[in-house]
Design a protein around this ligand. Sequence first.
Ligand code: KIV
Length: 265
Amino acid sequence: MAAMTIAKLAKMKADGEKIASLTAYDASFAKLFAQQGVDFMLVGDSLGNVVLGESSTLPVTIDDVAYHTRAVRNGAPDAFVMADMPFMSYATPQQACQEAAKLMRAGANMVKLEGGDWLLDTIRQLVERSVPVCAHLGLLPQSVNVLGGYKVQGKEASAAENTLRQALALQEAGAQLLVLECVPSSLAKRITEALDIPTIGIGAGPDCDGQILVMHDMLGMNSDYLPKFVKDFLAEANDLAGAVDLYVKQVKEGSFPGPEHSFKG
Ligand code: KIV
């Protein structure tokens, strides 16, 4: 299959074809995900939780993400690979450019940054220097200490308006994808309809242009705590390949996420 590109992801939105995405952290899973038709992979800073066993993403470093990005690239040479910029690696535009280069050299096609208004200049500078950017709004795990926990965001009308406004500003600054995490489905729908760029939801309801899950969650490996938006696809399949196949199928046909995996406003 021909390599995935940002232009193809944008065309999928235009054509109404849902985008199915998963996090990946190593070559073996990256190879499996590519074989099962996952449209793109994210080397998430969730590796802090699921690979390193930390209690948040804050201890993750740029070298950690670069190491896992290289592994994912080696396992899936033609895949579209997004890599997370970890906590405090993009505090200034200059730092963001220097640190993003490490991820691009490790094999990323795009970097992801958490935040809104304060990132507009950083995004402009990254894009001008040929680093494609995915923005991330809603629940921002790197801001857990400010948010006071992992809570649904954008429930009040003023917060919803602010999130929509920031999404438009991030697109205007040059972001080419937007992850929406843990927001009411109604807000994710409004943002998805307002933007030209694809939205990728996690706990953001069925109306986003695509979906992403942490791979360990969709394989039922997170036994301590199962967020509402997670489904264990391995429980319904015979093996790993079958679980990934089922995830891709249900995202594409729009049966995942269902109302039971989504938040109301
Ligand atoms: O780090 C991560 O896995 C993420 C996803 C939750 C989108 O940012």
